[in-house]
Design a protein around this ligand. Structure first.
Ligand code: ATP
Ligand code: MG
Length: 259
């Protein structure tokens, strides 16, 4: 068993969404998952967090099979955290301050440490002035910042971020990018789903595309893929995620055809 492998899918099938999916997610890597609406991005993250259970096949964390018992799931939630696509699913506290504190408190952080960490996170995520506001009276983007602040206090091995940029202003996007880079510097794993590629493309170590109930890697280019996706996968394949793809590759027949 490779010590770098954290999460493994072994021949996982789930409803009509995934069929025989086999994939390793490794320590310290940033993954970007692409796919059209309804292709299964959120379902993939829910499977990793144990919110969904495969119909057939198995998942493993550090080589041990998921067992879905209450205690096991409690342990897993400390190791794998999830930023929900919809912040309303995440927020449970009555006030902003309560909410940011809720998960670390649940996971047993001491109250003195908690108070300090909550205050620090509220300031870092630009929501200190909202700290006493009711969570059902703040905006969508503000809720996402509250959810991010809550996550930032935890110390997971894997962070699952479901469309983290959606509904975020430029400040919110910067917070998310900083969070991802911070996790990366600590050798943590980050799995991001997104429609907006810009910044994530340059952060990602691997780009995957959900296609035909499976995950395609950047070397598995297909003629019938949308041009836009094909070009992104080409960039990944040739290690050009942070540089423009040279014309000879772009127009070689693998990428978009020259007009
Ligand atoms: N528990 C479930 N049981 C059956 N079908 C489901 C379940 N959850 C989601 N689906 C369906 O599975 C498909 C994949 O949904 P999912 O939310 O994972 O897609 P997505 O790629 O995240 O979409 P979006 O880009 O809109 O967020 C959709 O057709 C959805 O209606
Ligand atoms: Mg989704």
């Amino acid at each position: 068993m490779d010590k770098n492998v954290l999460v493994t899918f072994k021949k996982v099938s789930f409803k009509e969404i995934f069929k025989n999916l086999t994939k390793n997610f490794e320590r310290g890597k940033i993954y970007l998952i692409l796919g059209e609406n309804g292709s299964g991005k959120t379902s993939l993250l829910y499977l990793i967090q144990g919110l969904y259970k495969p119909c057939t096949g198995e998942l493993f964390f550090e080589g041990k099979p998921y067992d879905y018992s209450k205690k096991w799931l409690y342990d897993l939630r400390q190791k794998i955290v999830l930023l929900f696509q919809n912040p309303d699913y995440q927020i449970v506290g009555l006030t902003v301050k309560d909410d940011v504190a809720i998960y670390p408190k649940f996971l047993g952080m001491s109250s003195q440490q908690l108070e300090f960490k909550v205050e620090e996170a509220l300031k870092k995520y630009g929501i200190y002035d909202l700290r006493n506001r009711k969570t059902d009276e703040i905006s969508y983007g503000e809720k996402k910042k509250v959810a991010m602040a809550g996550l930032s206090i935890l110390n997971p091995q894997v962070a699952l971020l479901d469309e983290p940029y959606s509904g975020m202003d430029s400040e919110g996007r910067r917070f998310i990018t900083d969070y991802i880079l911070d996790l990366k510097s600590k050798n943590k794993t980050v799995i991001i789903t997104s429609h907006e590629l810009g910044e994530f493309v340059s952060l990602a170590d691997e780009i995957l595309y959900i296609r035909n109930k499976n995950l395609l890697e950047s070397h598995q280019l297909e003629e019938t893929m949308p041009i836009f996706i094909r070009n992104i996968l080409l960039l990944a394949k040739y290690g050009y995620l942070t540089k423009p793809l040279p014309e000879e590759i772009l127009y070689s027949g693998e990428g978009e055809k020259k007009p």
